[in-house]
Design a protein around this ligand. Structure first.
Ligand SMILES: Nc1ncnc2c1ncn2[C@@H]1O[C@H](COP(=O)(O)OP(=O)(O)O)[C@@H](O)[C@H]1O
Ligand SMILES: [Mg+2]
Length: 331
C-alpha cells in the first residue's frame, strides 16, 4: 500500500500486512488477511462492513488477544513506531494491552460479574494491572467515574441494579483508567436504545477531546459512523475494500468501490430521504473458502473478467483515499 505521506508524523498506530487466521480443523478461516492501515493522533477511524467481514477480528488482533483457534500469522502492529507482534504475552500484558491500547468489547456491559459490586470489580481490575494503594485506586476510579458522568454512588451497586447505559459507562471507564491513548470500540451502542445510544456517542466524543484519545470505532450502523468518524475503513471478506475521509466518502464524488457504494445506499443517513432502500443481494464470502480474485466479484454489479481471477490490492486514488478495485483503475 502506498504510504499516506502527509500524516506520517502524526501516526499513533500503524498496521502492516496484518493477518489473523482461525486455524480450524477444516482449514484456515482468513478473517483478517493482509490488511494495512494507520490511525492518526486524535482521529476516529470507523471500521464498517457487513457482519462476518473481519471487523472484530481486526480489533482483537490489535489487542493481541485472538480467541482460539485464532492466530496472528503475519504482519506488524506498530504502536509509537514499535512492532508489538513479536512481544511475549507477559510483555504485552505489562506494557501494551490496556496501558497503550484498550478496547470496549462488543456486549462487554453484559460481562460485568453479577455477584460483585461495581466497586469491587473496578478495584480488582485496576489493582491487577497497577500496584497502587487502596486510596490511590479509589481516587483513580472516582476520577474516571466522573469522566463518564457517574457518581461514586454506583460503586456500591450490583450490575443488575444499573441501566444498560450506566453499565456501558462503567465498561468505558474501565477501558480508560489505565490511561491508554488508543481506544477500540466494537459496536459500543448496539444493545442500547436510541436515546442512550446518542448519549454514549456524545460521551465518547467528549472523552476523546478531554483525554486526547485516538479511536477506532466499529459499527455496522453507518449513520452513527458518519457522525463520529473522521475517516472510514470499509472491510469486505477479511480485506480492506476502501479507506477514505468522510468528506471523500460522503462528499460530491462519493465512494469508489462498488461495495462501499452499495453499502452506503443500503444505509440512509438520519437526515436523508430515500425513495427505496437498496440492499446487496447475496452474502459475504465464506472465509474458509473465499472466492478467487476480488472477494466481492460474485456480488458486484460492474464485475469484469479480470476481477474473477486477480485480486486487486489497495491503491491510492487521491491523497488519503485508497481503493481495492480493478474498475477504479480504468479510465
Ligand atoms: N473463533 C472463531 N473460529 C472460527 N472462525 C471465526 C471465529 N471468530 C470469528 N470467525 C470467523 O471470522 C470471520 C470474521 O468474523 P468477525 O471478525 O467476527 O466479523 P465482524 O466483526 O465483521 O462481524 C467470520 O467468517 C467468522 O465466522
Ligand atoms: Mg463483530
Amino acid at each position: 500500500m502506498a504510504a499516506e505521506k502527509t500524516t506520517q508524523n502524526k501516526r499513533v498506530l500503524e498496521v502492516k500486512n496484518l493477518k489473523l487466521h482461525y486455524l480450524t480443523s477444516q482449514g484456515a478461516v482468513k478473517a483478517v488477511d493482509d490488511i494495512s492501515f494507520c490511525l492518526n493522533k486524535g482521529e476516529t477511524l470507523g471500521i464498517v462492513g457487513e457482519s462476518g467481514c473481519g471487523k472484530t477480528t481486526t480489533a482483537v488482533a490489535l489487542m493481541m488477544m485472538p480467541s482460539p483457534p485464532g492466530k496472528i500469522v503475519g504482519g506488524q502492529i506498530l504502536i509509537e513506531g514499535k512492532d508489538i507482534v513479536p512481544l511475549t504475552e507477559t510483555q504485552i500484558r505489562k506494557q501494551i494491552r490496556w496501558e497503550k491500547i484498550s478496547m470496549v468489547f462488543q456486549g462487554a456491559m453484559n460481562c460485568l460479574t453479577p455477584v460483585y459490586t461495581i466497586g469491587k470489580q473496578m478495584m480488582e481490575t485496576l489493582r491487577e494491572h497497577r500496584e497502587m494503594s487502596k486510596e490511590e485506586a479509589i481516587a483513580r476510579i472516582e476520577k474516571y467515574l466522573a469522566y463518564v458522568g457517574l457518581s461514586k454512588e454506583v460503586l456500591k451497586r450490583y450490575p443488575h441494579e444499573l441501566s444498560g447505559g450506566m453499565k456501558q459507562r462503567i465498561v468505558i471507564a474501565m477501558a480508560l483508567f489505565l490511561e491508554p491513548k488508543i481506544v477500540l470500540c466494537d459496536e459500543p451502542t448496539t444493545a442500547l436504545d436510541v436515546v442512550v445510544q446518542a448519549q454514549i456517542i456524545n460521551l465518547l466524543k467528549d472523552l476523546k477531546q478531554q483525554l486526547d484519545l485516538s479511536f477506532i470505532f466499529i459499527t455496522h450502523d453507518l449513520a452513527t459512523e458518519a457522525e463520529v468518524s473522521d475517516r472510514l475503513m470499509v472491510m469486505y471478506g477479511g480485506k480492506i475494500a476502501e479507506i477514505g475521509t468522510n468528506e471523500q466518502l460522503y462528499g460530491k464524488q462519493g465512494p469508489m468501490h462498488p461495495y462501499t457504494q452499495r453499502l452506503l445506499k443500503a444505509t440512509p443517513l438520519l437526515h436523508e430521504k430515500v425513495e427505496e432502500l437498496a440492499f446487496i443481494p447475496g452474502r459475504p464470502p465464506d472465509l474458509l473458502k473465499p472466492p478467487a480474485g476480488c472477494k466481492f466479484h460474485d456480488r458486484c454489479n460492474v464485475v469484469m473478467d479480470r476481477c474473477k481471477v486477480d485480486e486487486p490490492d489497495l491503491q491510492e486514488v487521491e491523497p488519503d483515499h485508497f481503493v481495492a478495485c480493478w474498475r477504479c483503475r480504468e479510465s
